[in-house]
Design a protein around this ligand. Structure first.
Ligand SMILES: *Cc1c(COP(=O)(O)O)cnc(C)c1O
Length: 372
């Protein structure tokens, strides 16, 4: 197999358990973006009967439909934007929808009347991210006009703009104050209040409300370096989050090249000496970003092998001059650990100028996933 991914079920469940134990709240497991690149189907199969997960959150209708086809007995919240056609299908299937505007609420009302089916909604409050959401005053006036015959308010939520990139919670506090200003107007105490994603759940208990929305850290990654540093400062020890995903390939071809040979498109790397080069049969189409050209590393026989030349669409080259007896078919670790060495999504993110979220989310969904 050219490339495959292994999903460690035990690590995933352990990470979720750490959150359950540290918060003592319900967990909403965020599985958008193909479960952060891990494979939505595989991740649902692992967690669908787990009491650790109260409900799932996705971005869009197709993701919700895929989850529903696997029949977990858990609610599914669509966090993202849906147009009217999608909204109708979403309500018809009994999924929970985010209401981010007065116009959207009118659509929900019309559709629930038409379908004679109760719509399940979560109001999304704008508190400072200036993304989707209703201004607090607007939310308060809309709450008074919601007829609970057609619409069931399942939840109310907001999202932090600045908890990952800073250790200063001042902006988060302002956002919480705006959110709190709406809560006295809720018609029932059963309505789930939620605000917290991984970073704030790791750091600030006052953000937990009724349920916490956990994405990146369920998959074993810290939201950012700052989050980890502040966590260590507060707790004097780390939390043993373990990556869930490993990514492998196999050596496709090996060649001996002369001193001064150019490797790959654009001749961007020239060997300093006689060298041995191995071809790895995956590329930027698979989610191995072209910005990793000439800077990234893989593991072969547990030893780091540097990328030489540009990442191509479906392959790239690494140098193995320093690694003995590399043969065609030998395992190449793209993401994972081997002996004392590792390559993780934080390293790929640093090398390509992005965040671990993007590294994981962009791994091609077509790559076969195996649960181990
Ligand atoms: C993606 C997302 C989350 C999860 O965030 P993590 O940082 O991955 O835990 C939570 N809430 C909303 C609204 C999101 O879009």
């Amino acid at each position: 197999m050219k490339t495959h991914i292994e999903i460690n079920a035990m690590n995933l469940l352990n990470n979720l358990r750490l959150f359950k134990e540290s918060t003592n709240k319900k967990l909403m497991f965020v599985v958008k973006a193909n479960a952060y690149g891990h494979g939505l189907k595989e991740i649902i199969e692992i967690t669908k009967t787990s009491p650790l997960v109260e409900q799932y959150a996705v971005d869009s209708l197709p993701e919700a439909l895929l989850i529903a086809s696997l029949q977990p007995k858990k609610p599914i919240l669509v966090l993202g934007w849906t147009d009217q056609d999608e909204l109708e299908e979403l309500i018809a299937h009994g999924f929970e929808t985010t209401v981010p505007s007065a116009e959207h609420l009118r659509w929900v009302k019309n559709i629930s009347k038409k379908l004679k089916r109760k719509a399940l909604i979560h109001l999304k409050i704008e508190t400072g991210t200036n993304r989707l959401g209703l201004a607090p005053e607007k939310a308060i006036s809309l709450l008074q006009g919601i007829n609970e015959q057609n619409i069931e308010i399942r939840g109310i939520y907001s999202h932090f703009a600045n908890v990952e990139d800073t250790s200063d919670p001042a902006f988060a506090r302002k956002q919480m104050a705006l959110f709190n200003s709406v809560l006295p107007y809720l018609p029932s105490s059963r309505i789930l209040k939620h605000f917290s994603s991984s970073a704030s759940t790791l750091l600030f208990p006052e953000t937990f409300f009724d349920i916490v929305r956990i994405g990146i850290s369920a998959y074993g990654y810290w939201p950012s370096r700052q989050t980890h540093a502040l966590y260590l400062e507060k707790n004097k020890k780390t939390m043993s989050l373990e990556p869930v995903l490993s990514w492998f390939s196999n050596v496709a071809q090996i060649k001996e090249v002369k001193k001064g040979a150019a490797i790959g498109y654009g001749l961007t790397y020239k060997t300093f000496n006689k060298a041995r080069i191995a071809v790895v049969p995956l590329g930027y189409y698979d989610g191995y970003d072209r910005k990793l050209s000439n800077v990234s590393q893989v593991l072969i026989h547990g030893v780091k092998a540097p990328v030489r030349g540009r990442i191509c669409m479906n392959m790239f080259m690494v140098e193995v001059t320093h690694i003995k007896n590399v043969k065609v078919g030998d395992r190449v670790t793209i993401l994972g650990s081997e002996n004392a060495e590792k390559v993780d999504a934080d390293m790929l993110a640093e090398w390509s100028g992005t965040i671990n979220y993007e590294i994981l989310a962009r791994i091609n969904p077509f790559i076969p996933r195996f649960v181990v």
